[in-house]
Unconditional design. Structure first.
Length: 365
């Protein structure tokens, strides 16, 4: 009797890494239910909660950021990294891993290097249009390097799209709209904007939304504000902000209802978010994260150039900009329908299944 394949998936830190990782895991189990799956992340990060909630085992290795300048952390780096490398190798041996799948994040570099040392093949998925350091390091010896965006500059790139969970990939906005709005506590008939700065929230976006909350009734629109965990928006008295046609929540586990409920989505431009928006066909306004290496603006570029979305700089996402642009757009059904059609045409909805098939092939299944 042949041994069941053993797959170790590494990644985490943000929902943008965790979501594709879990989507690949789900697709692997759907294709080969006997597969043993273990994930590896960093203790204290989002994956510590989200991965077990999804039904998968997780182990941890320490977060060891690569030093970018000479300092005290740089002096400690070699010892700390070697410790992480040893822990990664121990995990792979115990799991009897046939393949390591990485989606990016600090945890991936030691996992990739340990896998190479143990002659375990590596499969990488790079979610951003501008690749991260861990995946660039791992790609040099990887068996397969898949990307969510075309023309991502990483060695051996093969464009497959972004792995996403079936609940998102298959959502029908028109059929689901009323039920989704009910589930989110929204009016079924009002023009609907949903604003989110991602799983960790965005203070600058939250500040602008706070400023416009009192104008929603006058505009005849409603707004669901997903603030991010521990980022409740407070009024001047220190209580959670309340206003007519305004509702705030910290986090929603199940973005399919958000995509179905929104006439217009105002979001950061994380790779998973951009890809899911295209897969579902949601008109969007992207407000890229102003820090980092500029990957969010690059992630959004394809949909913006196609006329499926707008892009506004974080510094320009103000009360004045919002007032001048959003209330009119969210009531323009013809423009929204055109944006939705263009967005949907750019979507890839089977990337998780493609990744699962390739991973199992590498694992010998």
């Amino acid at each position: 009797m042949s041994k069941a394949p053993s797959v170790v998936l590494a990644g985490g830190g943000t929902a943008g890494h965790i979501s594709p990782m879990l989507s690949i895991a789900d697709a692997i189990k759907a294709e080969a239910p006997e597969t043993k799956i273990l994930t590896v992340g960093t203790a204290g990060s989002m994956e510590e909660r989200l991965v077990p909630e999804a039904g998968y085992d997780i182990e941890f290795i320490p977060k060891v950021p690569f030093p970018r300048r000479p300092n005290a952390a740089a002096l400690k780096f070699p010892l700390q990294f070697n410790k992480a490398l040893k822990q990664a190798a121990d995990i792979l041996r115990r799991a009897e891993a046939d393949v390591v799948v990485g989606v990016g994040g600090y945890v991936c570099t030691p996992m990739y290097l340990a896998a190479h040392k143990l002659n375990i093949p590596v499969v990488i998925h790079e979610g951003n249009a501008k690749p991260g350091l861990a995946n660039k390091v791992g790609a040099k010896k990887a068996h397969l390097v898949a990307t969510a965006f075309e023309n991502t500059p990483i060695a051996g790139a093969r464009y497959v799209g972004m792995p996403m969970r079936g609940e998102v990939a298959s959502v029908d906005r028109n059929a689901r709209r009323n039920d989704a709005r009910k589930a989110l506590g929204l009016d079924a008939d009002l023009p609907t904007i949903i604003v989110t700065g991602g799983s960790l929230g965005a203070l600058s976006m939250n500040t602008t939304v706070k400023a416009i909350a009192g104008l929603l009734e006058e505009w005849g629109i409603q707004l669901l504000h997903i603030t991010g965990r521990d980022k409740v928006v407070l009024d001047d008295s220190g209580k959670p902000l309340e206003a007519t046609n305004y509702r705030q929540v910290e986090f929603i586990n199940g973005m399919q209802d958000v995509y179905a409920a929104a006439d217009l989505l105002v979001v950061r431009a994380g790779a998973a978010t951009v890809s899911e928006i295209a897969a579902v066909g949601v008109p969007a306004v992207f407000v890229p994260l102003p820090i980092g290496n500029g990957e969010q603006a690059l992630n959004a570029r394809g949909l913006v150039d196609a006329g499926a979305a707008l892009l506004v700089k974080d510094s320009e996402f103000t009360l004045e900009w919002f007032s001048a642009n959003i209330p009119t757009l969210v009531k323009d059904s013809e423009t929204l329908a055109d944006m939705a059609t263009k967005s949907y045409s750019h979507g890839i909805r089977n990337a998780a299944q493609v990744m699962a098939h390739e991973v199992l092939k590498v694992a010998g299944k």
